[in-house]
Structures are given as C-alpha cells and as structure tokens.
Design a protein around this ligand. Structure first.
Ligand code: G1P
Length: 289
C-alpha cells in the first residue's frame, strides 16, 4: 500500500500559547533544544515517511525555513569549526521533502486537511498529524497506525483514554475492542457533552486515512464550533469503509497546554546525559524550597 505523505496542519492561531506565540508560530516554540514541529516530523520519519505537507498561513514561514538549509549560518559554523552543530542543523534540512499549502481561511481542521487533496492525490492512504500533539516512546505514534493500515488497507486513528470530565475537549471514538488496544470503530463524535459521550477514548491527533475522506470533507457542513470538522468526515468514512482505532503507546504531551509543555521540556531534557544530573538536582531543590 502506497503511504508516502503526512499532512501536518499548522495554520492555527495558537491562542493557548500566547503571548509566546505572538510573532512565532506556536509549532516553533522550543521543547528543550528543538521546536515542537521537529518532534512531530521525527515521529513521521520513524514511520518511514519522507514527504510532509504543511498546511500553513502567511505567518508560518519559519516552519518551512526550519526544514531548509541556512547557508549563512552554516558558513559561520564552518568557519568557527563548530562541526557538530553544523552537522546537526544540516541534518534538519535533510529530514523530509516539504510541500507547503496555504490555508487562506481558517475554517476548521477538516478544511485544513481538504487543502491537501491535490498534494496527496495518487497515494492509497496518507497520515495526518496534529502539530500540537507530541507522542514519544518505543513503537509509539504514527508508526503504529501505518503498520495496521499497510496490513489491512483500513483507515486508522490514534486514541487514548482520558478522564470522563475531559471528553468534551476531544474527538471521541466508540467501538468494539477486538484485541488489546485495538478497536473496530462504530462511532466518532467531535467534542461531545460530558453526559453524551459514547466512551472516554479520545482522538490524539494521529490518523492514517484513505482518499475517500476528501469527498466527505468537500461535502461536509460546519459541525462543532461552526467549523468543518475532520471527525465528522471520518464518521462517514467509517460507515462507508470501516475504521480501526489504536491505543497509542508511549507518552503524550499537548504542547498547547502549559503544564504539558513544561513537563515535555523536562522529560526531553532529562534524557540528555549531559544535563540529567544537574537538572535533577535543581528540580529537587526547587520542589522542596
Ligand atoms: C482536534 C480534533 C479532535 C482531536 C484533537 C487532538 O481538536 O478536532 O478531534 O481530539 O485535535 O488534539 P483541536 O485540539 O484542534 O480542537
């Protein structure tokens, strides 16, 4: 099965990250040493993806630039003999091929995905990754979905259990668990009221979907919040073709939530051996002050 591209919608305003995101795309805010979006792209690469379709707007050029060469900076590093840094920033430029599409009006996540229709034409399926969601761990995230869609041809969606009182913040999925952590989806609802949610299995911003989706998106009416919702078109895709929900392994951080954002910084910094001891000591001191 031909799955070569992921769509990463990055045209959102990022109001949750203000004022930090006033003049910087929220996707470019750093988590430890790398911008949020680099973690997402690296996750796609772990699934063997080489082509990324960013759905952007006029204020998001920094994202494309990050995945391109910066010859001036490279020359400065080269002259200064900073070989390791030079290699590191060149490697970022070489990670993926970038296709950029402007979402000229922000009409919802479904609308953003629809903007990529021509860019993914000809592929049997394609990934979608919400740029705020970070998933990290062994065999965690998009690759879990790619494996199943490649094997079955069916659309897949990443989920995790959330507390009942938080179901109204997510797309919610209901279905039959056919093996541990794998569900045959019967229903998808975008941000249901807490007392009407069919389950507490929440969509966590990872999808591998098939091209029929675009017809449902194109015909879609505004849903929750007056926006064209991806979840609504997925319900139709599910009815027409079937769909599998997969519990995501690893840890998940929502980069638009300050507690998660800060925790993610610490989580990734603690994995750096050069920092671990010092950071631990400072944190312990801080917490016991
Ligand atoms: C979007 C989707 C929602 C999903 C969430 C995951 O919502 O519409 O179904 O649960 O991403 O992060 P948003 O967070 O953009 O409002």
């Amino acid at each position: 099965m031909n799955i070569r591209k992921v769509i990463i919608p990055v045209a959102g305003w990022g109001t949750r990250s203000l004022p930090a995101s006033k003049n910087i795309p929220k996707e470019m805010l750093p988590i430890y040493k790398k911008p949020v979006v680099q973690y997402v792209v690296e996750e796609a690469m772990r699934g063997g993806i080489k082509d990324v379709v960013f759905i952007t707007n006029r204020d998001k050029n920094a994202i494309e630039d990050h995945f391109d060469y910066n010859l001036q900076l490279e020359a400065v590093l080269e002259r200064g003999g900073k070989t390791k840094l030079l290699e590191e920033i060149r490697a970022v430029a070489e990670m993926v091929n970038v296709i950029s599409i402007r979402q000229k009006r922000q009409l919802g996540l479904g609308h953003a995905v629809l903007c990529a229709r021509e860019a993914v034409a000809g592929d049997d399926a394609f990934g979608i990754m919400v740029g705020d969601d970070l998933i990290f761990g062994e065999n965690a995230g998009l690759s879990q979905l790619l494996d199943i869609t490649r094997a079955t041809g069916l659309p897949t969606v990443g989920v995790m259990e959330v507390p009942r009182d938080k179901v109204n913040r997510y797309g919610i999925v209901a279905g039959k668990e056919t093996s541990p952590g794998i569900y045959e989806v019967s229903q998808l609802v975008e941000k249901p009221d807490i007392d009407k949610a069919p389950s507490n299995l929440a969509i966590v911003g990872r999808y591998v979907l098939t091209p029929e989706l675009f017809d449902f998106l194109a015909a879609g009416k505004p849903g929750h919040g007056g926006e064209i919702q991806l979840t609504d078109a997925m319900q139709e895709l599910c009815t027409a073709k079937g769909m599998i929900a997969v519990k995501m392994n690893g840890v998940r951080f929502d980069a638009g939530d300050w507690v998660d954002y800060l925790t993610a910084n610490i989580y990734f910094a603690l994995q750096d051996e050069d920092l671990r001891e010092g950071l631990r000591a400072r944190l312990q001191k801080l917490l016991h002050a």
